[in-house]
Structure formats: structure tokens, C-alpha cells
Design a protein. Sequence first.
Length: 167
Amino acid sequence: MTDLYLGLGSNLGDRERLLHRAVEILVERIGRLKSLSAFYETEPWGFCSEHPFLNAVAVLRTGKTPEEVLHITQAVERELGRCSKSTGRVYADRPIDIDLLLYGDVVMEADFDVPGEEGRKVHLSLPHPLMHERSFVMEPLAEVAPKVVHPVLKRTFRELLAALADR
């Protein structure tokens, strides 16, 4: 069993209800909920929008592989109304966004086939390569796991959040 850290966000629709529903489905399909942060209202990152986000971090205990978790999270996004994924760091409003932040201390880069979509691949980087640059990720992450050490940067989440505040 592995601790899985997921970043959750929503800036369209009933944001709080969508985040709670996403967590419910993720628990049903991935594993036991260890911790859920408070919900943080934040401005969009990487694009302009009049719709603020609600963001949170969920920590689940899972026996699923990173690939299985990726496919499940993308299915949950579609079920909750997300029509397209951000590509090439081009972002847009969305009812739900679920990012794999950390899977234990696994460090990996991999491309996986998308089930049912011949020839289409999805990329997974663990830990999430931009998480330490985003306060909307680091605040809730430092809340639920302040002493956990980033497997690449070798700093705790609390230290990484403090470094963001110093910028």
C-alpha cells in the first residue's frame, strides 16, 4: 500500500460539491482516505479567468499502480463534466481537475496508452513537476503533510511552501 497525494481543483459550477463528489468517487475506486485538506480559494494559475478556483489535497492509501490511478482520475474528471485536458501548459476553466502529485517516493516519467483510444498516449510525471511552484498546491499539501519530504528536491512540503512565500 502506498500513500497517494492528489491535487484537486474546480472553478466552474458548484465547486465545493464537485470537490466533495470527486473525493467520494476516488475513495470508492482508489483507496482509503487518510487526509483531506481544507478548501482554498485561489486565483487561476497560468491563465486569466473571472472564476476563482477551490483547491484541496487528498491523501489516499492505495494498492493501485500509478497508471491505474491516472486512468481512474481521468475517468472521474470526465464523469464530473471535464471535457478536455490542458495540453502544452495551456489552461482553461474547468469543473474539476485532479492531478497526481506524489505516489509514495516514486520518481518516474512514463507514457501510457489511453484505454479505448487507439494510438493516444497520456504522460505521467511523478512527482508532479510544477507542484513546488504552485502555492495552490503547496498550501493544502503542507497542511496535510508538512513533514513529508519531496523525493527529488529533498525538502519538506512545509519548507517548499516557505520558499514560495519568500519569492
